[in-house]
Design a protein around this ligand. Structure first.
Ligand code: 5GP
Length: 204
């Protein structure tokens, strides 16, 4: 177990700023990890690139991946599929590299079932009005979609109890710092390091 990479799952309601925190982690974090690019059937937003922000696929292509057991998890979120390709995650973990997923809560619960020794981090908004402001401020969704995202967000916050850590995203650099602390501490947990000490303590 000690030589394998650690799976880090960053989750929480839509609009809480998971994408921004993930980006800040990729750019500034002093901890090393690879990011697993998700697959989705939603339309590309301006400025997004296929293979960078997501693998943008048709519904048929996505359903084929599901059929071929190619997804670690997937969810139908606000009318579109989102999911994590399994192969990339397995390869990185086997190579001893930590992998970060940034996914919504239903997908995170599926991963938790399959990979219980991952680290599950729930990003929370300071309050619901700041969440609405953030979703509205993005300017990419119409009002019906915003309402659906808010309703989804409320039930998502209830899911916090299934996670290991809760990090408030009021200021991005602070959230990044907290996530780094979590990752560093998790690497020191005895079940993750004990194999390295087996020689000293004897194998019995
Ligand atoms: P957006 O459309 O704003 O990019 O993402 C909508 C939601 O889908 C966000 O909460 C985002 O974290 C989540 N998401 C992105 N990738 C995945 C994935 O691979 N699996 C799951 N389950 N959710 C994802």
């Amino acid at each position: 177990m000690s030589s394998k990479g650690m799976l880090i799952v960053l989750s929480g309601p839509s609009g809480v700023g998971k994408g921004t925190v993930r980006q800040a982690m990729l750019e500034k974090s002093s901890v090393q990890f690879d990011y697993s690019i998700s697959m989705t059937t939603r339309n590309m937003r301006p400025g997004e690139q296929d293979g960078v922000d997501y693998y943008f696929r048709t519904k048929e292509e996505f359903e084929n991946e599901i059929k071929n057991d190619g997804m670690l998890e997937y969810a139908n979120y606000v009318g579109n599929y989102y999911g994590t390709p399994l192969k990339y995650v397995n390869e990185k973990l086997e190579a001893g590299i930590d992998v970060l997923l940034e996914i919504e809560v239903n997908g995170a619960m599926q991963v938790r079932e399959k990979m219980p020794d991952g680290v599950y981090i729930f990003l929370t908004p300071p309050d619901l009005s700041s969440l609405r402001n953030r979703i509205t401020g993005r300017g990419t969704d119409d009002s019906a979609t915003i309402d659906r995202r808010m309703e989804t967000a409320k039930s998502e916050i209830e899911m916090m109890k299934h996670y290991d850590y809760a990090v408030v995203n009021d200021e991005i650099p602070l959230a990044v710092e907290k996530i780094e602390e979590i990752i560093r501490s998790e690497h020191l947990r005895v079940p993750r390091v004990i194999d390295k000490y087996k020689k000293i303590i004897g194998d019995n």
